[in-house]
Design a protein around this ligand. Sequence first.
Ligand code: ADP
Length: 243
Amino acid sequence: MSPVLEMRGVSKVYGEGPAAVKALTGVDLSVESGTMVAVMGPSGSGKSTLLTIAGSLEEPTSGEVLVEGTSLVGMSRNDRARMRRRRVGYVFQDFNLLAGLTAVENITLPLELDGMRPKAAREAGLEALGELDLTDRAGHYPDELSGGQRQRVAIARAIVGDRRLLLADEPTGALDSVSGEGVMRLLKVACRRGAAAVLVTHDAHLASWADRVVFVRDGVVVDQTAPPAGPESLLAVETEPRA
Ligand code: ADP
């Protein structure tokens, strides 16, 4: 089976001539279904660029990006936009919820833009909210929700409609550590159902939830490693038979 995300020799140069910035150089990254990868590195190292190229919000200068085995190179703008709407879910630090829409409307908007009938979209939206324990907040507007609830709505919007590739940029940035862990747990559940997630974070504790940590420096992937023992591994130890 193809990985959900495959980046092959991806480079990105911003600008031209002496002022050109090499944001990424020859990045290879493969993320299988069921896997969460954390991307860490200093500020300016290329993490956000990697994420936006993975999600086809930007094109690489060279190299190739495949989503579920399909190359984005040469795809028409329309096809790429459709692929993004159907396959890719984004979770950004500032949530990007639309203030004039209720929680459920924020979730159903991308489905309706994609041609789903309003009734079916609403059912899918309510189901996603239910999974995140937010059914009773469906009719609330973003400013009537707590930071943690807003973030859960943003995650519901990212996973609704069976999206396979979840891209998260500091998704817990504005949250306290308890809500932050809740967000990680939700991403993890989505992965168990077959999604692949790429998460940019500065926080080593959050990165310890990932199956793999990728370190980026000056646009180059310098190391890939299994994370140090984190909350999940502690749970795993508890379920093993005692000697
Ligand atoms: P990080 O997310 O690790 O902080 P970025 O991917 O945002 O790093 O940036 C990597 C490099 O590319 C930086 O030197 C940054 O200034 C540059 N860069 C990012 N986006 C642009 C852009 N749109 N135009 C020009 N340079 C950019």
